[in-house]
Design a protein around this ligand. Structure first.
Ligand code: GAL
Length: 417
């Protein structure tokens, strides 16, 4: 691992070369990290930048998954007032880069050797036309289940290993008067569950064929019907008030013991940790049963919008450098629930869920079982993603049978391309 001195020296050289030593200024950061756990992680970033003497102008746009944030961003850019740095996911980064509005982080990336430490799967999104346009702050994944351990113990339920065991456990919780599955009825949350369910039905091959390659036979075939059937089964274990609920309130139901399980990305762990809960003791984390070995990943990245003046560019380079430092990656990701976006970070400061996540990420990458999360913009561009959201949510709310939903998926995806 590079020492702080080496890094600082390299940065100083970059800044001197690229900016003529202009004064750093403020960064305005657009993001959707507004839940308790997310805000705690964000303050790690803010404090880190403060020590670099970079001021922080906060531009939060609430709404998990970032759809509302992306709408605000479009309006800001259209009116010629792009923020300095924007939290962004997957194909959105590529779309903005294609519009020619993102800045270039090549100097800092080269000085700090990002090419050698950032996994290729992330670089595919951080770079456009071979140039670094965004700094990846983490890796999350969506096919996780979070369980209240005391509730499971009380009901005599073991960690479910198969889909059938999972359904039996949900039923046992329901029979005992608990909510089986804590869920918030918002399209992106249903799409998050769908990532894990598709993997549980047909593994990474089916996931890739259907959700990434958009193969019509996979999108509309028997395995997809089974995926929708499983979504229907899950629907029968949510409570009556699920509609519109924010994801962190669903996490709170598991934290409080009102519900047994939540299927959610590992930002949910940030809520548990923020509530003082300990993995293995108070809660369990495991992959959606049946999806073990596969990981549907996403990476929060900060895309930098092109700036005219040198001081603003300097602030962006400093922010990117701060984000990529191994020390920051540990401080931030232990709070956020995610794992580092670089492969050379020491795993020992992380809790057992994160360590499991890091091992599984590396193993999935090795075995070809690492797939981009559809729910979070890492499988396809926004138009296709939104088309899928519509069908998944309509089915979840009883508008389609499983067979109809599979047919609709084929049509919607075709229309969106
Ligand atoms: C994801 C994002 C995470 C997370 C979540 C809920 O899209 O990547 O960092 O916080 O939304 O807001």
């Amino acid at each position: 691992m590079r020492n702080t001195f080496g890094k600082t020296t390299a940065m100083a050289a970059v800044l001197a070369a690229t900016t003529g030593m202009a004064q750093a200024e403020d960064v305005e950061v657009l993001h959707w990290w507004t839940s308790g756990g997310e805000a705690a992680a964000l303050s790690v970033l803010k404090q880190n930048l403060e020590t670099e003497e970079i001021g922080w102008i906060d531009m939060p746009v609430a709404g998990g998954g970032g759809e509302a944030a992306m709408t605000t961003l479009r309006a800001r850019v259209t009116s010629g007032d792009a923020p300095t740095a924007v939290q962004m996911l997957g194909f959105d980064i590529q779309d903005w880069a294609a519009e020619g509005v993102l800045g270039n982080l090549n100097d800092v990336a080269e000085a700090e050797g990002w090419d050698a430490v950032v996994p290729e799967a992330l670089q595919a999104f951080s770079k456009y036309d071979g140039n670094w346009v965004a700094a990846p702050v983490n890796v999350h994944s969506s096919n996780w289940v979070w369980a209240n351990k005391a509730v499971l113990d009380e009901l005599g339920i073991e960690e479910p290993k198969t889909w059938e065991e999972f359904v039996a456990a949900l039923q046992a919780a329901k029979d005992a008067g608990k909510t089986g599955l804590a869920h918030g009825g918002q399209p992106w949350q249903e799409a998050t569950i769908f990532d894990g369910v598709v993997l549980s039905v047909g593994g990474p091959e089916f996931y890739r064929a259907a959700l990434i390659d958009l193969d019509a036979e996979a999108l509309g075939g028997e395995q997809m019907v089974e995926a929708f059937n499983r979504m229907g089964t899950l629907r029968s274990f949510v409570d009556d008030n699920f509609s519109g609920r924010d994801w962190n309130l669903a996490s709170a139901m598991v934290i409080n013991g009102d519900a047994a399980f939540q299927i959610m990305g590992d930002w949910a762990k940030g809520e548990f940790v923020n509530a003082g809960k300990v993995p293995g003791e108070d809660f369990l984390c495991f992959r959606v049963p049946g999806s073990d070995g596969a990981v549907s990943f996403l990476s929060d990245q900060f895309a930098m919008f092109a700036q005219g003046d040198d001081a603003a560019k300097e602030a962006q380079a400093k922010m990117a450098s701060a984000i990529m430092s191994p020390e920051f990656q540990i401080a931030f990701n232990t709070v956020k629930g995610s794992v580092p976006s670089r492969t050379d970070v020491d795993a020992s400061p992380f809790d057992s869920c994160a360590q499991k996540g890091m091992e599984q990420l590396a193993a999935a990458s090795e075995s070809g079982s690492l797939v981009g999360s559809m729910g979070h913009g890492h499988a396809n561009r926004a138009a296709v993603k939104n088309a899928m959201y519509d069908v998944i949510t309509a089915h979840f709310n009883g508008e389609f049978t499983a067979e109809e939903a599979a047919d609709e998926l084929v049509n919607a995806v075709e229309a969106a391309q």
